[in-house]
Design a protein. Structure first.
Ligand SMILES: NC(=O)C1=CN([C@@H]2O[C@H](COP(=O)(O)OP(=O)(O)OC[C@H]3O[C@@H](n4cnc5c(N)ncnc54)[C@H](OP(=O)(O)O)[C@@H]3O)[C@@H](O)[C@H]2O)[C@@H](O)CC1
Ligand SMILES: [K+]
Length: 484
């Protein structure tokens, strides 16, 4: 499991650890890891030209100490100081002692710095780290512009400067990195868009913080091994009922395809059988003869261990209400989200998993879509709290939040190719099937998103995919995760 912690927690852990260690040890650990990562990125150190962008705090200190290490190994290192009078003194002395050059951003104007950037093999962004608020400030903007124009490789120290460490929000300008070297733990902003996009590849340097960080983390991301443990694999005793039956109440005369795609996802999620109720039974059975279909309402469909309701449902509020009344886990998607009565969701005794995309989440919260996209973490937490339900917010970084709090799960297996019609219907069926197989709402949502994203990647291999390709790719994703 990859975990991430917010700034307050990181600072508390840092204080606790620092109290046990000689002064400066943590920064030296950070700088050593940073210098190694820079060296690897450049291929060799000797003779390379490195520019450090140095802000007023310890983030700049890390950059300076790492710069000193690179200078000792033969790199030509120039530090551009954005706040010369507040620069980390020890770091500056170390760099000077190692033969580095220092340009004061303010006194010599920015042109000297811009020339150095144009000639550089690598820029190290130590403007601001977890102490940052808001986007880049005016004095850093010409430097950021010069970096962009020079197309020079950028390594961000701890975080790309200008992004919000806790939320992944980017309020203003931020510096894009090819590699972010982060210390002690991932920060939420490194895993959540839009900030994640600025970070490039993220490398975690162990500075010993792990032993003092509390449980649970603020954010966690499942990895292959975690998903493999959670997948519902049948034992010798299993029959189709023990493996779970998932009911799909989806589709309408107008949108029969949504039903077919939700069923396609459900067949690949590990439940032993799929029931379908609704007006698209003919289309479903023609494509999937193994499905148990019924044109009666959900309560007459026979026993299920979980329901999926909503994909392509049109205006069928009665079916949504009926499913919400069932005493089994329910996944609500698409039209179902709009039709579900909030109080009815809150009253439910069994788990509920809601799976909106940003537009649907915005409608439920009564805000603009851009607001949800810019502040995904707070949006998903707010929705989970309002509905008393587990919420999976779809997007390039899908988030899953439980109403009781705890770590929010983030999924990063997705690909832009998944933004294709019907792909969400496949995910709803897949998630419902995992619920029926006995996973908690949080696990079903995050495992579903993981498999779905991976299936999209495997099916796509860099080319466009349709929703059916994604559904068919889910089997490959299972095998990939299980290593079989
Ligand atoms: N935690 C750990 O375990 C370890 C942490 N380490 C390192 O320390 C870093 C944190 O250092 P830090 O606390 O000195 O804060 P940092 O990010 O350098 O900011 C300093 C000042 O910048 C300013 N400022 C604010 N916003 C700004 C903006 N948008 N643009 C420009 N400036 C802005 C603001 O001052 P202001 O100008 O507002 O008075 C703020 O006080 C951390 O990220 C990691 O690299 C490692 O060494 C080892 C272990
Ligand atoms: K930085």
């Amino acid at each position: 499991m990859r975990t991430a912690y917010g700034v307050e927690t990181v600072r508390a852990a840092e204080r606790e650890l620092m109290a046990r260690l000689p002064e400066g040890v943590l920064m030296q650990r950070a700088a050593a890891g940073l210098a190694v990562a820079c060296g690897r990125l450049m291929g060799r150190v000797y003779g390379r030209r490195v520019v450090l962008l140095v802000g007023s705090g310890d983030n700049g200190g890390d950059a300076l100490y790492a710069g000193a290490r690179l200078a000792r190994r033969g790199a030509g290192v120039t530090a551009v100081l954005l706040a010369p009078e507040r620069t980390h003194a020890g770091g500056l002395a170390a760099l000077r002692g190692a033969g580095g050059t220092v340009i004061s951003g303010s006194s010599s104007g920015s042109s000297g710095a811009e020339v150095a950037i144009r000639r550089a093999d690598l820029v190290v962004d130590g403007i601001v780290g977890i102490g940052g608020r808001g986007g880049l400030r005016a004095d850093a903007l010409p430097l950021a512009e010069a970096v962009r124009e020079a197309r020079v490789a950028v390594v961000a120290v701890d975080l790309p400067s200008g992004v919000d460490a806790d939320s992944g929000e980017v309020n203003g300008e931020a510096l894009r990195a090819d590699l972010t070297v982060t210390f002690g733990t991932h920060k939420p902003g490194l895993l959540i868009d839009p900030a994640r996009e600025y970070a490039g590849t993220v490398r975690l340097v162990d500075i010993g913080l792990g032993e003092v960080l509390p449980e649970p983390a603020e954010l966690e991301a499942l990895q292959h091994a975690d998903v493999a443990r959670l997948l519902p694999v049948p034992g010798v005793e299993s029959d189709k009922y023990r493996r779970g039956v998932v009911g799909i109440a989806a589709g309408s005369a107008r949108y029969p395809g949504a039903a077919v795609l939700a069923v396609a996802g459900a067949l690949r999620g590990g439940a032993g059988a799929v029931r379908y109720v609704g007006p698209a039974a003919d289309a479903v059975i023609a494509r999937f003869p193994e499905v148990l279909v019924s044109d009666q309402g959900p309560h007459k469909a026979g026993r299920v261990q979980a329901w999926v309701v909503g994909p392509g449902a049109g205006e069928d509020a009665a079916t949504v209400a009926e499913v919400l009344g069932a005493d089994v886990p329910v996944l609500i998607d698409a039209d179902g989200l709009r039709l579900a009565d909030r109080e009815a969701v809150r009253r439910r005794g069994a788990p509920t998993l809601m799976t909106p995309h940003a537009g649907e989440a915005a409608a439920l919260l009564g805000v603009a879509r851009a607001e949800v996209e810019g502040a995904r973490l707070s949006a998903v937490r707010e929705l989970a709290a309002r509905y008393g339900a587990t919420v999976l917010l779809k997007g390039s970084t899908t988030l899953v939040a439980d109403p009781a709090g705890g770590a929010v799960r983030v999924n990063a297996t997705g690909t832009g190719w998944l933004a294709t019609a019907g792909s969400g219907d496949v995910l709803s069926g897949l998630g419902g099937s995992l619920l029926a197989a006995g996973l908690t709402a949080l696990d079903a949502g995050s495992v579903g998103a993981y498999l779905h994203g991976l299936a999209g990647r495997l099916a796509s291999e860099g080319a466009p995919v349709g929703a059916q390709d994604v559904a068919e790719g889910v089997g490959r994703a299972w095998r990939n995760v299980r290593g079989v």
